[in-house]
Design a protein around this ligand. Structure first.
Ligand code: PA5
Ligand code: NI
Length: 187
């Protein structure tokens, strides 16, 4: 049998740009994020057409055992005191996990369990984040550059946004980030 050799799709590590295969793109604007940020007055004054983040993923088959691969590009910025962030979600199939890899920029990954317990992981180029099943996840851009993170997740996982419609139990603002940075310094 003749061996076959093919060129796989690619990710440019520095920018997170995907290429070499059909892509799906989804843009999320400030206007799509009603109720997500704490400062409702700042939200009303914000530009609803402002792009907060975009997700680019390979258009690959879905089904049991299949994996999706995509990159989130989260713009820098704040709404009021709160840093730009993704909506965040549990997986519709709660037991399904995911892995994130930091590619560009700096930020945080907010993780929350079903009891409402939260923790934050620093995201930076080269960081690896194992998101177990039953854990909600949200990216937060605390830097001045775009925060880009690669994600790989089971195509059957799905997204459950409704379970967190009331918000995550922790918010990251300029004020509490300064406090957290001090705590890290003081050990
Ligand atoms: O699969 C994921 O967890 C990511 O690709 C997210 O969907 C992406 O970061 C966008 O976030 P959200 O789906 O919460 O809007
Ligand atoms: Ni997810």
């Amino acid at each position: 049998m003749k061996p076959t050799l093919s060129l796989p799709p690619q990710v440019a590590w520095a920018s997170g740009a995907l290429s070499g295969a059909p892509l799906i793109r989804k843009i999320t604007t400030l206007g799509d994020l009603a109720g997500v940020f704490a400062d409702e007055a700042a939200f009303r004054h914000g530009d609803p057409s402002l792009v907060v983040y975009s997700v680019e993923m390979f258009d690959t088959p879905a089904g049991e055992g299949e994996l999706f691969t995509g990159v989130t590009h989260l713009n820098p910025g704040c709404l009021g005191e709160e840093y730009f962030m993704t909506r965040g979600h549990f997986h519709a199939r709660r037991e399904q996990g995911e892995v994130y890899f930091g590619l560009r920029g700096e930020g945080l990954l907010l993780l929350q369990n079903e009891q409402g317990g939260t923790r934050l992981e620093q995201v930076f180029p080269g960081s690896v984040h194992r998101i177990a099943g039953y854990i909600a996840h949200r990216l937060i851009n605390t830097g001045t550059d775009v925060l880009s993170a690669l994600a790989v997740w089971p195509s059957v996982a799905g997204h459950d946004y409704a379970a967190l419609a009331g918000g995550f139990a922790q918010r990251v603002t300029k004020g509490n980030l300064r406090l957290m940075a001090k705590e890290v310094q003081n050990g």
